[in-house]
Design a protein around this ligand. Sequence first.
Ligand code: DON
Length: 318
Amino acid sequence: MLDSASFHFLIKTMADYQAVLDRVIDHIKPLLYQGTVADYIPALAEQSLGQFSIAIQTNDGQSFSAGDIDARFTVQSVSKVMTLTMALQRYGDELWQRVGKEPSGTAFNSLTQLEFENGLPRNPFINAGAIVTCDALYSRLGAPIHTMLEHYRAQSGNDKVKINKRVAQSEFEHRYRNAAMAYLMKSFGNFNNDVEEVLWSYFNYCAIELDCVELAKTFSYLSNQGYCQHSKQQLLTAKQTKQLNSLLFTSGLYDAAGDFAYRVGMPGKSGVAGGIIAVLPNQFTVAVWSPGLDKVGNSVAGIAALEFLSEELGTAIF
Ligand code: DON
């Protein structure tokens, strides 16, 4: 039973979250048409600028949201967090023999470092690192695409979550850079399965389609010591969750991770459809979406929204 002071604190916090999200909408309006949609994946280039949504999922089960909350978008690189989670469940620390933990300081789809570093990707969030993690997962999952989808369905609370097959197919048809990375890793002996099959699973993971509220719910275990309230699963131990959040802080936004850390002060992960998640450990997970991207491939309005939110709520972790 809550005492009166705690009850009033809770009511105030709930009201504050919604009020801040409403103010975020005003704050990002001038940015909505800035940036460009990702055009290296033809099916993603069809997204229109001018859209924005944001959602907070608190550890005590509250959802707050604002903007175009019915809009659905593909998770893209945010999927790399789920892939890593599922690989850590199966391999634990052994996974780090296949992929590093260091920031890359290069673009998410850069190839050069991989050659110099003998086919060992710097971290699991750049494409090469995510693809090798998919390869590891592929070795342990009987039905890799279906199993992944089931996770999203259970964690988002929507059993109708689907893969946007047009986006997956479009990526597969334009897979040259990703295929080059995978084959390069294979040449170094850091790839165990059929490259094309693993790439197909990777593209399907990237093409899972959610709305912003579902995105926040799906990744709410990151702020909740590894426990997902919606699927009622302990996905990671508290220690693994802390480790994953630490890696997101240093590498979740690629060569803009430093700028994101400076501006937002929370661990985060972006995707080229314009989605970003950010985590306030032990409090909430926030998801934001707006398709206009900066040069690095991160949502312009999305980062500005998270910076504003963090400032207004005082949620930077330092
Ligand atoms: O493999 C790709 O290039 C895309 N499916 C995902 C890249 C991505 O989302 C990078 N994030 N900002």
